[in-house]
Design a protein around this ligand. Structure first.
Ligand code: F3S
Length: 296
């Protein structure tokens, strides 16, 4: 019976930075809000709300002109402009890795068509799109196929390929291979963040070594959902937002369970999951021992 927690589980550098900036504002007592959810973790969003920092969806929702914390996923330039026009103080918690993508998109906006490997419904991708003049976004290597007719027709034009920071490493490798064949004038920037890459590789390895995996994180967190997909390729995988959800999962027959967590999952939730998971496995073990005794 074992529960193994991934070394890469939990807050990444960008999320920690965003959280620290928000907590600094809480301590200062200045009225503030976040633009969108600071990070995709319901417990942290609720904690900030309780501390007097709500999340707003639109710039015009900031009726009392609070200081605005820009979420770690970043925003398009139009949001910065609108906030400046309103005269709001901006605390920029955009992850520096995302800012690097914004700079690349802006630098090539004039003379290139930007190809973005990412989920168009995710705020990070919507932010990046805002820095492009012409762009095409695709979710995975399969979806890229639908862009072939356009790419072939424009094969001599300049293209730049970028990725969402949490894009799947294997989908990226497949997409690069395909695009190299279709576009003759293509600049490639691998902008998957190193924290994501390490986390995904470790999750896959752990899933291959265990009977089941528990992935802890928000269901709206892109990197958490990707971790669950990766683990699901190797063994039965449960995505939970909190320890109490573990009681709804069926771990019967599983004796070795791996635990990993998305980049926006705080350490205290991972600790709780580890503790509860160990208890569930121990109870299961005792139960099967008792059953064995009753049969003999
Ligand atoms: Fe930044 Fe990578 Fe985290 S992009 S927010 S360090 S997952």
């Amino acid at each position: 019976m074992s529960v193994t927690v991934a070394r890469t589980a939990g807050f990444c550098f960008g999320v920690q930075r965003a959280y620290d900036l928000a907590m600094e504002l809480v301590r200062s007592g200045r009225p503030a809000c976040t633009y969108g959810e600071l990070i995709h973790n319901p417990q942290i969003v609720a904690k900030l709300y309780k501390a007097g920092i709500p999340a707003i969806e639109r710039v015009e929702d900031n009726i009392d002109r609070r200081a605005v914390i820009i979420r770690s996923h970043g925003v398009p330039p139009s949001v910065y402009h609108a906030l400046a026009e309103m005269g709001c103080e901006v605390v920029d918690a955009t992850c520096p890795y995302v800012q690097k993508i914004h700079k690349l998109a802006a630098a090539y906006a004039k003379d290139s068509i930007i190809l973005i490997a990412g989920d168009p419904s995710h705020p990070e991708v919507q932010g990046i799109e805002g820095f492009c003049e012409r762009h095409l976004t695709f979710k995975n290597a399969d979806e890229l196929k639908s862009l072939y007719p356009f790419l072939e027709k424009n094969r001599n034009k300049a293209f730049v390929l970028l990725s969402q920071t949490t894009f799947s490493v294997s989908e990226w490798e497949k997409s690069v291979e395909k695009l190299k064949k279709v576009c003759t004038n293509l600049r490639i920037f691998d902008t998957i963040c190193i924290a994501t890459e390490r986390r995904q590789r470790e999750a896959g390895k752990l899933a291959a070594e265990n009977d089941a995996m528990v992935v802890v994180g928000g269901r709206r967190s892109s990197n958490t959902v990707k971790l669950a997909q990766i683990c699901g390729e190797f063994c039965e995988t449960f995505l939970v937002e909190s320890a109490k959800e573990l009681y709804d999962c069926d771990f019967n027959g599983h004796t070795r369970v791996g635990v990993t967590a998305g980049a926006s999952t705080p350490a205290w939730i991972i600790k709780e999951v580890h503790k509860t998971m160990s208890e569930i496995l121990r109870d299961q073990d005792e139960l099967s021992f008792e059953e064995m005794l009753n049969q003999s």
